[in-house]
Design a protein around this ligand. Structure first.
Ligand code: SF4
Length: 257
């Protein structure tokens, strides 16, 4: 079995930026520094930050007055910033610029008298943030004949939805191209490294399978032993936007040759 690492993979610009801001906040302020939701959907990254004094909470109500609170790359609803301000919580805003732009477009639509349909997982932090904007609604709430704007969760399938972020689109395209081109050399498998809750990791698995490759998702090297690689001629290895490179390297070392 030939093993190849698919490029690009791993941390996107938004995640790198959010992590830099998280570590800088931990250097600057005494612990605990609060973080609204998991900063990225990766257990090891979250565990390391927790060990250094970051406390992950699911609601601003769990953050004490005048504490320091980081908003993750997924962003947050505007009401959260308003609550934080009223309670003198110092906000470190690590919202990814792609997500900031989508919030801006919902507000711009609202200013023009239009609602915006938000396409994505309504339980995901990013989508919940959009739905907190004025005029945002779920696609099923759009009335017949109503003209609405449209915002898409940044990590959906880029072939189905315009508007996903370029990092997501580029990683999906790399997997697609890998499966298509390597099929000339035999049976193709794709191993995607990423946390169980990472939406973009799940999309990469779907993309590989959709192109006809055999696809698996592993959170770490510990999961590799359960995979049966028999019959695979070429194995591509990639990782989600929230997966540190050292986890991908550990996975690579654990693949039976
Ligand atoms: S996946 Fe895209 S939108 Fe999400 S943090 Fe990365 S660059 Fe930003």
């Amino acid at each position: 079995m030939r093993i190849e690492v698919i490029v690009p993979h791993g941390f996107c610009g938004g995640v790198e930026r959010a992590l830099k801001m998280a570590y800088a906040a931990l250097d600057e302020f005494p612990p605990p520094v609060y973080c609204l939701h998991e900063i990225v959907h990766n257990e090891r990254v979250v565990g390391d930050l927790a060990a250094r004094g970051m406390r992950f909470v699911s609601s601003v109500d769990d953050v004490p007055d005048a504490a320091v609170m980081l908003i993750s790359a997924h962003g947050a609803a505007p009401a959260i910033s308003a609550v934080a301000q009223s309670r003198h919580i110092r906000v470190v805003d690590a919202t990814c610029p792609f997500v900031v732009a989508a919030h801006g477009s919902i507000r711009a639509n609202f200013a023009r008298g239009r609602r915006t349909a938000v396409v994505g997982d309504p339980n995901h932090a990013e989508v919940l943030g959009y739905l907190g904007e004025p005029g945002a609604c779920l696609p099923e709430e759009v009335r017949p004949g109503e003209e609405v704007g449209r915002v898409v969760q940044t990590t959906l399938d880029s072939t189905v939805h315009g508007g996903v972020c370029t990092a997501t689109a580029d990683r999906q395209q790399a997997v697609r191209a890998f499966v298509q081109t390597r099929q000339r050399d035999g049976t193709v498998g794709v191993l995607v490294v990423g946390g169980g809750k990472s939406a973009n990791t799940g999309r990469l698995v779907e993309t590989a399978a959709h192109e006809g490759g055999k696809a698996w998702r592993v959170a770490s090297a510990a999961d590799v032993g359960a995979i049966d690689f028999s019959g695979i001629d070429v194995l591509g290895v990639t990782s989600g936007a929230s997966t540190p490179e050292n986890i991908l390297e550990e996975v690579l070392r654990s693949i039976p040759s």
